[in-house]
Design a protein around this ligand. Structure first.
Ligand code: HEM
Length: 273
C-alpha cells in the first residue's frame, strides 16, 4: 500500500533530520538553543520544519494507514501478534512526537511536561516510577526526555514499522518522495516556538494531535489521560479477532471515540478565542 510505504519514508526523514538537529540542541538550555537555531543559523528554521513536518506526516500517515487497513478489512493478512505490534506503533508514535514537543522548552512545552508527568504518575502501581523514568525527576533538565525521544521511542517506532513493512529500511522511492514533500512543506509552514513565560491567564495549548485529550482533561479526572488512549488502542487491537456484529460494534466505538476527540479539540480551540 502506497500510504504505508510513504509513512515509512517519513519516519526515515524524521530520524535523519533529527540527527541533523541534535548538535544544535542543548538539554540544559533547550529554548535558547532553538532560538539560536531558528534566529541565527542559516536554514535552521527550515531544518526544524523538516523534522517536525515529517514527524507529523508520519503520525498522520500511521493513523490514515490504520483506517485504510480496517476499511479494506485487510487486518487479517497479519498474524495476531504482528497486528498487535503494528497497533502499538500508534502510541509509540505519539510518545515520540510528544517527547519532541517537550524538547522545545518554551512555556507550552513546560506546561505539557507538567501535565504529562501527572498523567503518567496516575497510572496505578508503576506510575510514579514510570514518570521519573520517562521524564526524569522534577527539576531535572530535559536529557531523559531527549534520550527517550531520539533513543527508546525512535528505535521502537523503527522496529515496529520494519516488522510491519517486512524490510529493515524503507524503499528509496518512498523516502525521496517523503523527503521532497517535507522539504517543500517546511519552506511554507514555519514551526512555532513560544516564549519561556506565558502572559498571565493565557491558556497554553499542547501539541495539535493531543488537543482532544487536553480538552477532555479539562472536565475528566487525570487518569483519563492514559485510560482513554488505552481504550482506543485496545479496541484497535481487538478488532482483528472479531467478525460480524461484534466487529461492527467495536468499530462504532472507535468512530465514537474519534468523534468525541474531535469535539473536545474544537471545544478547547473555542475556549482559547
Ligand atoms: C535520531 C532520532 C532523533 C533525534 C536525534 C531527534 C532530535 C530532535 C530535537 C533535537 C528536537 C528539538 C528541536 C525542535 O523542537 O525543533 C526534536 C523535536 C521533535 N522531534 Fe525529534 N529527533 C529524532 C527522532 C524523531 C522521530 C522518530 C520523531 C517522530 C516520528 C520525531 C519527532 C519530533 C517532533 C514532533 C519534534 C517537535 C518539533 C516541534 O514542535 O518543534 N523525532 N527532535
Amino acid at each position: 500500500m502506497i500510504l504505508g510505504r510513504l509513512t515509512w519514508g517519513l519516519l526515515a526523514v524524521a530520524v535523519l533530520s533529527g540527527l541533523a538537529l541534535a548538535p544544535f540542541w542543548s538539554a540544559a538550555r533547550p529554548l535558547e538553543s532553538l532560538e539560536t537555531l531558528t534566529g541565527a543559523t542559516p536554514w535552521g528554521f527550515w531544518l526544524r520544519g523538516v523534522h517536525a513536518l515529517s514527524a507529523w506526516g508520519f503520525l498522520a500517515g500511521t493513523v490514515a494507514h490504520l483506517v485504510e487497513v480496517l476499511w479494506k478489512k485487510s487486518d487479517r493478512r497479519l498474524s495476531p501478534a504482528v497486528w498487535w505490534r503494528s497497533v502499538a506503533l500508534l502510541p509509540v508514535a505519539v510518545l515520540a512526537l510528544l517527547g519532541g514537543f517537550l524538547m522545545r522548552g518554551d512555556a507550552e512545552a513546560q506546561a505539557a511536561l507538567a501535565v504529562w508527568r501527572e498523567v503518567s504518575a496516575s497510572i496505578p502501581l508503576a506510575g510514579p516510577l514510570l514518570a521519573s523514568l520517562l521524564l526524569g525527576v522534577p527539576g531535572s533538565d530535559l536529557a531523559p526526555v531527549a534520550l527517550h525521544h531520539a533513543g527508546t521511542f525512535t528505535l521502537l517506532a523503527w522496529l515496529l514499522t520494519a516488522e510491519h513493512g517486512g524490510a529493515l529500511v524503507p524503499d528509496l522511492r518512498s523516502t525521496v518522495l517523503a523527503a521532497l514533500g517535507s522539504f517543500a512543506a517546511a519552506g511554507l509552514l514555519p514551526v512555532s516556538l513560544g516564549p519561556a513565560l506565558a502572559p498571565d491567564g493565557a491558556l497554553l495549548l499542547g501539541p495539535w494531535y493531543l488537543l482532544g485529550l487536553q480538552g477532555a482533561l479539562v472536565v475528566l479526572p487525570v487518569f483519563a489521560g492514559w485510560l482513554l488512549p488505552l481504550l482506543l488502542v485496545a479496541a484497535f487491537g481487538l478488532v482483528r479477532h472479531l467478525e460480524g456484529r461484534p466487529r461492527a460494534a467495536l468499530l462504532a466505538f472507535v468512530a465514537a471515540w474519534g468523534a468525541g476527540y474531535l469535539a473536545f479539540t474544537i471545544r478547547l480551540l473555542f475556549a482559547t478565542r
